[in-house]
Design a binder for this molecule. Structure first.
Ligand SMILES: Nc1ncnc2c1ncn2[C@@H]1O[C@H](COP(=O)(O)OP(=O)(O)OP(=O)(O)O)[C@@H](O)[C@H]1O
Length: 271
């Protein structure tokens, strides 16, 4: 499957009676990795939910290769788009292999059994996230990071043209954070990913959109967007940004409050 183009134009979303996304536009060319960053509650998950068709827009439009995901059948959408979301719910005693194999369902007809190709793709997806040894375990009995890797494997098995990910590195140890984002980076898919870690966003995303209170307040390459001024204005923190000499990507260092720095310098324990 080839990568899809995504466009979001003047999107407006509400949750309950609250307006949570206001006039947001963004686009991803096929194969791009687009990052969404921003403080808690800024609307990242809501925007993703509208793209993977859980939160219906109040206004604006979303197009995946020119088609409205809200107008597609569930099966057509699932053949195009995979989502790795927060809190996917319980799997009711399914094994890890069963959960990953669910990624193949949209590519099959009703009552079709698993083919050798399905088995190969499931095994490859498990191997890609270092989870072969979990294959026969019950999904509901895994740790948070193990579950997260299995959900990513399910999305890989789905072979999506557009991959939407909400904090995919949540719960992951540092090795698996790098492994998963490196994998995502190399996929032949377009990726829209919400991330809190600005250094991971800087390294793995082609472009970043910064959300604040439901609006995009900055867009561009990581080097264009991640500036000390933006950190101050959007997050209210003091930070330094340097180009890392080995990765070539911007690297953000956050500086604690003046009072905390003085306490640390005087030897007092901050907590
Ligand atoms: N079901 C809901 N009912 C009412 N408000 C909601 C609902 N879901 C989300 N919100 C509100 O919508 C706003 C945006 O939430 P959203 O989850 O999109 O933010 P986010 O940027 O993903 O946050 P975080 O970084 O904390 O995950 C928040 O103010 C949140 O409280």
């Amino acid at each position: 499957m080839s990568a899809a183009a995504l466009s979001v134009e003047h999107l407006t979303l509400s949750a309950g009676v609250r307006r949570v996304v206001q006039d947001v536009s963004l686009a991803a060319a096929p194969g791009e990795v687009i990052g969404l960053v921003g403080p808690n509650g800024s609307g990242k998950s809501s925007l993703l939910r509208a793209v993977y068709r859980v939160l219906r827009p109040d206004g604006g439009r979303i197009r995946v290769d020119g088609d409205d995901p809200w107008g597609m059948s569930a099966r057509t959408l699932a053949r195009t788009l995979a989502a790795v979301v927060q809190d996917p719910g319980a799997a009711f005693d399914l094994t890890v292999r069963d959960v990953v194999a669910m990624g193949r369902t949209p590519h099959k007809r009703l009552l079709d059994g698993d083919t050798a190709e399905d088995a190969r793709l499931v095994a490859a997806a498990l191997s890609a996230v270092d989870a072969e040894d979990l294959a026969d375990r019950g999904f509901d009995r895994l740790s948070g990071g193990e579950r997260q890797r299995v959900l990513i494997a399910r999305a890989l098995a789905q072979e999506p043209a557009l991959l939407v990910m909400d904090e995919p590195t949540n719960h992951l140890d540092v090795r698996h954070q790098l492994q998963v984002l490196g994998l995502v980076r190399r996929l032949p898919a377009t990726v829209l990913v919400a991330l809190h870690d600005l250094n991971l966003a800087a390294y793995y995303c082609d472009r970043i959109h910064v959300l604040q209170a439901g609006r995009i307040v900055a867009s561009g390459t990581p080097a264009e967007v991640l500036t000390p001024r933006l950190l101050e204005e959007v997050y209210g923190v003091v930070g330094e940004v340097r180009v890392h000499p080995r990765t070539g990507a911007p690297q953000v260092t956050f500086l604690p409050d003046e009072a905390d720095r003085e306490a640390a310098a005087s030897g007092a324990q901050p907590c």
